[in-house]
Every structure is written in C-alpha cells, then in structure tokens.
Design a protein around this ligand. Sequence first.
Ligand SMILES: [Zn+2]
Length: 236
Amino acid sequence: MNTDHPHLRHDVALANHIIERFHLSNAFGHVSARIPGTDRFFFPTRRSPGLADENKLLVLDVAGNLLEGDGQPNSELWIHARIYAARPDVGSVVHAHPPACIALTQIGQPHRVVHNSAGVFGDGIPEYDRIGLIRSRELGDDLARALGGSHAVMMRGHGFSVAQPTIQGATVGACFLEESADLQLRMLAATGGDASRIRAFTREEAGLVSDQLAEGPLARAWEYFTTAAELRPLGS
Ligand SMILES: [Zn+2]
C-alpha cells in the first residue's frame, strides 16, 4: 500500500462518501484530488462513491494513464484528467448526478443565485449541452472548454462538475450548488413556473456573500459534512 499523502487520501474517501450520503449521487459519481504540485490525481475505483476506500485509491495522470493502484478507474476519469490539464489552479473535481441540478438543465433554466450559500457561483455557471457520459479524452477536453475558468459546469440531463482549489471547497461547493438548485426549483414551483418572479441575487449581491467557501465558513461546513457522512449509513 502506498502511504504517500495519507491526509489527502483520507479526505478523498470522505469527499466521495459525502456526495453519496447527501444524495448528489448514488451508484455513480466521483471526487478526485490533484496530488499537490503534480499532473497526477487520486481517483476512486469503479464503484459507488459511497464505497470509496482511502487505501484503494488509484493514481492517474492528466493523460488518463493509470500509474498506481489496483482496480479499474471510473469510466468518466476523463472529466477529471482534462480539467486538471486545462486548469492548473484546480486541486479537486467533483463529478456527480444531483437531481435538482439535472432538473434545472432539462427545463432550460440557468442556475441563479437565490440564497447566500451559492454566492460563490455568482459569476454564472456555464452549461454543457451534449448528453451522455464523458468517456474519451476528446469529450473531456470538450467539457473542460465548456467549464472555462468557472467554478462549475452544468451537464444537461447528466449532472455537474465542480472545480475548486481544494477538495474541501469542491465538495462543500457541490453540496451548496445542489441545495441552491433545489431551492430554485421550489421557487419556480411556488411562482407557477414564472422565473421572472424569483428575486435572484444580482452579481453584485452574490459578490457580497461569495465568501461561503472562504477559510472560516468552509472549515465549519467541511466539519459538518464529514461528520454527518460518517454517521449516516450507506444509501440513507
Ligand atoms: Zn457522470
């Protein structure tokens, strides 16, 4: 067993558990983390994120090569590999299939900031319209282009990919984004589908609350999500 970066390995497993326990994904979805200062990343084997094991993580590079570990990587490894290749600032990627975000993409509603926790997404979230899984380098590059310099990209009928400097930020940001989409759907329902009645935050207003992934609030949220994920049973 490779014992390099034990804390990061531990956090990668925890982050994967979080996205399953908090219903961002069930059998599918994955969280990765760049090995600091390299073009390599830790990635779980091909099973539910809820079953990720810190002692069985794989090491891949941005060209999609499996460098260390036993087992098969998840087939959408290209999402992670090509975002890391395109974005040296990104230290972690969450790819999940969260229902509220998928619903927004399928009714043609762009994500809007409707509560404080989503302030970090105030510059807008681009959409990737092509349906289907990202199972090739070319599609990974396509998705990375759609993401551009943003914090996340919505994937129509599929889910999202969130890219952040840290695994804590990517994971908590992913939870906040699904919470935000769920609220937006409730607001749309409450207004009879009239999006113009939603008092979405302006870019300036979102900027005032864009610190929800800053050090202090992030540490508190990470503590909550990791502790709750460890207490919740798989599939709860
Ligand atoms: Zn997927």
